[in-house]
Each structure stands twice: as C-alpha cells, then as structure tokens.
Design a protein around this ligand. Structure first.
Ligand code: PEP
Ligand code: MG
Length: 755
C-alpha cells in the first residue's frame, strides 16, 4: 500500500503524464491509465466510467470483465457509480453490496470484490465520470488512498476533456444543459436578453501535471501574497463602496486569505505533482465534497466566500486578473456577479450591457440606482446564480417580475419575446402619458422631476417628459473619474446639464461621497469606519474638506451665471450644518461679485431630509430654506436601523409601513404649514403605489428615476388626490395589518393605474 498521499499520487501522476504525452488514441490511453492506477495502488480493480448520452458508461477497466466495457451503463443516480456522479461525493465502502444504492451488474463479474471506493471526475464543477477501485478483501480504503484517487481524477478530467470523450453539453448537475428559471428580487424593471458574462471571469484549469514542483510552489506563494494585499486594499475601499463587496464578506475573505490550513493543503497538493492551478482547484474540490456531507446553511454561506477567494487565487496565479469590463463586451451581455459597486458597473459599455443578475443586491444600494439610471434591468437575490449558468449561455432577464431564464428552449424564448414586446408596448403607452401633465382627476398638479447624475441623463431629459431634475447627484462625476475632478471639469458638466435642461429647473446636490460611494483617491486608510453609511460622509465630509466644497460651489455658481442656481445639501443632521454650508456658498457668491464675475440671478437653497433627527428641528430649519427634499433611501434605513445595502434586509421593511408614512406625514405637514415646497427624491417615489401614498400625504412633487415617469404620471392622472388623502388619514389613524395590500385594494377599487 502507498505510504503517503503525495508520494502515491506523484508516482501515478508521473506515469499519467507519460501516457498523456505518448501517441495513441484515447481508448488505448484510458486502458493504460487503469492498469497504471491499479498497479500503483495495488488494487485488484480500477475502472473509469464516463458520462455519455447522459449515462455513465464503463470506458476502461483493470480487473472487471473486458466484455463489460462500453456495455455496462448506469443512469445518473443509479448504483454506486451513479450516486457518486450525481451527488459529486466520494464513496468508500468495505462491503459494496450492503450499500442501499448498490445494483448488481452480472456482466462485470464484480461479485468477487467486496470493498469499493469511487471518486467523481469533475470538469468545471460538473461531474463527467467516476474513477473507482475495488478489492476482494473487505476493508475501507485509507484516507491517503482516497486523496490520491482524487488527485488522479483531476488529471484525468484534463485528459478526458482534451479527448472530448464525454458529452460536455449534457451534464447532470444544477448547471444543467436544460433551461432553468430562477426567481429573485426585482431591483430594476425592464426586460433584456444577452449572453452570460461573469463580472469576474472563471478560470479553466488546463494543465494539471507540474513540470517543476518548486516553480509551482513559488507561483502559489506569490499569488497568496498578492491576494492578501488585494483583500486588504478592498477592505479599505469598501468603506467608500467602490467595490461591490460587503464589509462582512471581506472580513471572511480576510480570514480565509490568511488561513494557514488552506495554504498548507494547496502546498500538499503541489507536492503530489500538480500545477499551482490544479492544486488550488483540487483543494477546492475536496472542500466542496466535504461540504456536501455537512448540511449547515451557515457553513454553506462561508463556502461561497471560500469559493470566491479560491477563484480569485486562481485568476491571480494564471494571470487572468481584471473584470469583464476590462476585457470589453463583445455581444449583448447579461452580467453575472455576486455583487457590484456603482463604480464597477459604470465601467461597462452601456451599449452592450443589457441586464445584470446578482446573488446579492438591494433596492436602494447605489449600484441599483446607477443601473436604473442606465436603464439596465437588474434582478438580485438569485442565490447561487454563478453556479447555475455557464459563460456564453443565453440568458433572459425579466426585471419586471424579478426572474430570469437561463438556457431557454424555443417555447420559453418565444414566450419571453412576446412578454418583452408587451412590456415595450406598455412602455410606449407610458411614453404617451409621459408628455401629458401630471394633474390628478380633482385638479391637483404634482411636479414630476427626475433623478440624474451623468451628463447623458440630462441630455435625455426631454424624452423623459419630466418637469426638471429634482436631484442631480454630483458625486457620480467623482465616482467615474480616476482622479478628483477639479473646478473647471465640474463647471463644464454643470453648464452642460443646465444647457440641456433649458427652462426646466435642475436641483444640484452637493457631493455625497462616503457610505457606499467610495472614492479611491480620497479614501484614507485611517478612516476605517465600522458603519460607513452613518460615518464621515456627504455634508459631514464636505464641511471638513471645505476646499473641495468651495471648488464645487464656485463651479455651480459660475455655471448658473445669469440663471437660477438651485442647490441642496445631503445628510444634514443638525441645522447648523445647513447654515455652515449655505454660508460657504454665500461667501463664494460674494467672492464672484468682487471678482466681477457674472452671477446667478438667484440662488435657492434646499435641505435634504435624510437623517431623522432633522425632523425634530424643522421649526428652526424651515424658515431658512427655499425647499425641502426628502431622501427616503437614507431616511428609511435610519428610521428602521436597517442598512440599505444589506441584501438580507432588502425585503424586510416596507416603504408603506405606517411608521414611515406617519413620519413622512409629519414632515410634509410641517413644511406645507411653513409654505416651503416639499418634494421626495428617494427611490420610493418611483413606484406608482408608493407615489400614490406620498400624494395622499400631501407631497408637492416627486423626483424619480426616468423610467418611472410614465407609470407614475399615468397613476397621477387617474387619481383623486382628495380621496386618497382622506383614506390615508383614516388608515394612519388605525393602521391595518397590511398597509400595502389595503392601499393596493383601494387603488384597484378606485381604478387608480398602479400598474
Ligand atoms: C436618498 O437617500 O433618498 C437619496 C435620494 O440620496 P442617495 O440615494 O443618493 O443617498
Ligand atoms: Mg441619501
């Protein structure tokens, strides 16, 4: 029997290497392989089963009857071999016949053998065959022998794939060849079609047997070092959200990245004769197999993290770094990722990026807001989507229903095309209502503006049918720049936006950086915040970095020369912060006056209400502002103490909860009493039912995502404002158990077009 896993595997690997390099057809090579393994492992039987026509066919054997070769065939899940392939697990039995799944195949003559061990042969996480050994003596195989078998199976998979011996197109796992429908959370509406592209491309291990073990070891060491550096940098950047990964995931990454056990196992696999890539993959396969035996959802989550990291290590070691954005998109694409940051998304070519499927994601994360602005449908919370689809396969994204179809067959694709045409038609109908005035049936005019952040958004303002831009997120320019945009660059953008908007008002929001919007060139390793959304962000950062704010003020003032400058400040927590920001702007106006620059005809100052504490200070604030804009994305995360970017909380609290509606009502009533226009600019206002409730609370206007203008206007034009106000007042007095349902029933009864 072999001494150690490494030495026995290496001995077989050296032999395999020679067999693979020699001339001859695939069958004769497989015949040699089984002899070689049987001999090296002193095993009486060694057999290779490969998946062909969706059956596991005995392709080569040492020890079983030769007549059984290409005759014995087992379905996936049938017998011991079928079980190993289907479940992707190892079986190690001292008495094969006593296993529940055992089936007897007389043509093989295997009745003499008692012990049995088999491991799956895997390619790209899909089983393509089984490698099995058998013995007459009833005993379990040692761990080292199983390890050696697994290593050999890995090398065999390379040889089998190269010889195209199996039907790679029909696989028996979740990443099946058949169509797959998956459902998640609708993040951005719309329908799209494209081929799957992984944001972080997967690496296919091509060479498994090492030429020079020491060189492979050095490559893995270097890759580990590089990966650790990357994780450390990502952890720092995550506080500002340039990368899509969540803080908690990064902590787990760090834990694994520095885990000695993991690097030791990879090292041992290299000792057994594998290349660096194959060793990483081999350890990953072993971990996957172990995980299948432990049924623990928490551990499974962690496993995803280790998978990610293992893929990252593979990409580093094989020199295939960089995201798909860097490689460029060749065709209409549906991007597949665990999560994305807003800056990562903006790197993609807008013309080719048709849709996004995420394992995580939440409605108000900035990545979602950016995708909405780009008009790219997104479905989130699709657990395991990265393991359900192969690169290059066709994917249909139904952002309207929060689902996707992978590898559609003809009827599914036709059905989808039909729905897509309907959806486009509905959109075209909305396009008609887009240009109609937003006036309720009882004559209340609601201002419907859009949220924007890029020059292109402003250029398409005309098409949206909106009354103006109610929120221009100036930080987007900062997010898409590699370096801090200076005053002149900012001014050019603002002038362009104002020019495109023409007579329509534009409300500029001063930069809201920090939170989930990071700027690598502004971040500071010392600024480590436990909770960035509540940290040093937005106005807090701007007031402390007054040079930055002064430059922005100057750019806005000069761009608005001769017109009206409307500016508002994000994340005001106390009135003094507003006062200080306003003073800074007023000083810049004075400076421009002195410098004999052309001035804006008027400056209107607004406050964003996003921090609940400010609601308690409205009596102080309202007399000092020209308008109030409620940012419900942040406000609701603070009211419910629920991180807006945390996918686990994405559906937990409802915007239509009485707590939120009561809070908003109080603010709206106070603003109206002080004669201060009050608008809402969070994502909430872009949903017809929510917008109906907001009008019911007395909001004067909404600033919403451009695609929502049509549906929201259609809702407004079918709504009796007085009736919804009266109904909502009753409902807030005595809240029903399910406010959403009660409101939507009411809307349907009153024929309000809530979609
Ligand atoms: C908000 O918080 O509601 C808002 C509009 O600002 P942002 O989403 O950019 O934080
Ligand atoms: Mg906000």
């Amino acid at each position: 029997m072999p001494l150690t896993a490494a030495s026995s595997a290496r001995e077989i690997l050296t032999g395999l290497h020679d067999v693979m390099a020699a001339r001859g057809n695939a069958q004769s090579k497989l015949d040699k392989v089984v002899d070689l393994i049987a001999e090296a492992m002193a095993s009486e039987v060694c057999s290779i089963y490969l998946l062909r026509d969706n059956k596991l066919e005995l392709f080569a054997t040492h020890g079983l009857r030769k007549e059984a070769v290409h005759v014995t065939r087992l379905a996936m899940g049938e017998g011991l071999v079928g079980t190993i392939a289907e479940e992707g697990r190892i079986l190690n039995l001292d008495e094969a016949a006593s296993h529940a799944q055992f089936v007897y195949r007389p043509e093989t003559g295997e009745e003499r053998y008692h012990s049995f061990a088999g491991v799956p042969i895997v390619r790209l996480e899909n089983p393509i065959g089984v490698l099995a050994v058998q013995h007459a003596e009833p005993r379990r195989y040692e761990d080292v022998e199983i390890e050696a078998l697994q290593t050999v199976a890995m090398v065999l998979s390379e040889m089998i794939a190269a010889a195209r011996l199996t039907d790679g197109s029909r696989r028996g796992t979740r990443r099946d060849a058949g169509p797959l429908r998956i459902s998640g959370l609708k993040l951005v509406a719309g329908m799209a079609k494209g081929v799957a592209v992984f944001h972080e491309p997967r690496v296919v291990v091509e060479h498994t047997v090492a030429e020079d073990t020491e060189a492979e070891r050095a490559r893995v060491y270097a890759a580990f070092r590089r990966m650790r550096e990357q994780i450390d940098t990502m952890t720092r950047e995550a506080e500002f959200g340039t990368v899509g990964e969540h803080q908690e995931i990064l902590e787990t990454y760090r834990m694994f990245a520095y885990d000695e056990g993991w690097s030791r196992r990879i090292n041992e696999a290299i000792d057994s004769g594998l290349t660096a890539e194959a060793a990483i993959e081999r350890v990953q396969q072993r971990t996957r197999a172990r995980m299948r035996e432990i049924d623990d959802p928490l551990l499974a989550e962690r496993m995803h993290d280790l998978e990610d990291l293992s893929n990252r290590l593979l990409r580093i070691v094989s020199g295939r770094m960089g995201t798909a954005a860097q490689t460029g998109l060749a065709r209409d694409t549906v991007l597949i990722a665990r999560n994305l940051g807003p800056a990562e998304l903006l790197e993609y070519d807008r013309r080719r990026l048709k849709g996004v499927l995420l394992e995580e994601g939440s409605l108000t994360a900035h990545m979602t807001i950016v995708a909405r602005a780009m008009g790219v449908p997104v479905v989130g919370r699709l657990s395991d989507v990265r393991h359900s689809v192969n690169e290059g396969e066709l994917v249909l994204v139904d952002g309207d229903n929060g689902s996707a179809i992978i590898r559609p067959n003809r009827p599914l694709a036709t059905g989808f095309d039909h729905r897509m045409a309907m959806s486009n038609k509905r959109r075209a109908e909305y396009a008609v209502s887009r240009s109609l005035p937003a006036v309720t049936t009882d004559g209340v005019a609601i201002s419907v503006m859009v949220n924007a952040g890029l020059a292109e958004d402003a250029a398409s303002l005309e098409l949206t049918g909106a009354d103006g831009i109610g929120l221009f997120r100036t930080e987007f320019q900062f997010l898409v720049s590699a370096t801090l945009p200076g005053r002149e660059r900012q001014q050019r953008l603002y002038s362009k936006v104002l020019e495109s908007a023409g007579d329509r008002p534009v409300v500029f929001r001063t930069v809201d950086i920090g939170g989930d919007k990071a700027l690598p060139y502004l971040s500071d390793a010392r600024d480590k915040a436990e909770n960035p959304a509540m940290g040093w962000r937005a106005l807090r950062l701007s007031l402390d970095r007054s040079t930055l704010m002064r430059a922005q003020a100057r750019a806005l003032i000069e761009a608005s020369a001769g017109g009206v400058l409307r500016v508002m400040f994000p994340m005001i927590s106390e009135p003094w912060e507003y006062e200080q920001a306003r003073k800074l702007f007023e000083e810049q106006v004075e400076w421009a006056r002195h410098a004999k620059r052309k001035l804006p005809a008027r400056v209107e100052f607004g406050a964003m209400l996003e921090v609940p504490a400010l609601a308690e200070m409205l009596d102080q604030l309202l007399p000092r502002i020209d308008f109030l804009s409620i940012g419900t994305n942040d406000l609701t995360q603070f009211l419910f103490a629920a991180d807006r970017a945390d996918p686990r909380l994405a559906e937990r609290y409802d915007w239509l909860s009485p707590a939120i509606l009561r809070f908003l009502k109080r603010v709206i009533v106070a603003a109206r009493a002080a004669d201060v226009p009050v608008r809402l600019c969070g994502e909430m206002g872009g949903r017809p039912l929510e917008a109906m409730a907001l009008i019911g609370l007395g909001a004067d206007g909404l600033s919403i995502t451009p695609a929502a203008v049509g549906p929201v206007k259609a809702m407004i034009r079918s709504l009796d404002a007085a009736a919804v106000r009266a109904r909502l007042a009753q409902l807030l007095d005595k809240p029903p158990r399910d406010m959403r349902k009660t409101l939507s029933d009411w809307a349907r009864r009153h024929r309000v077009a809530i979609g």
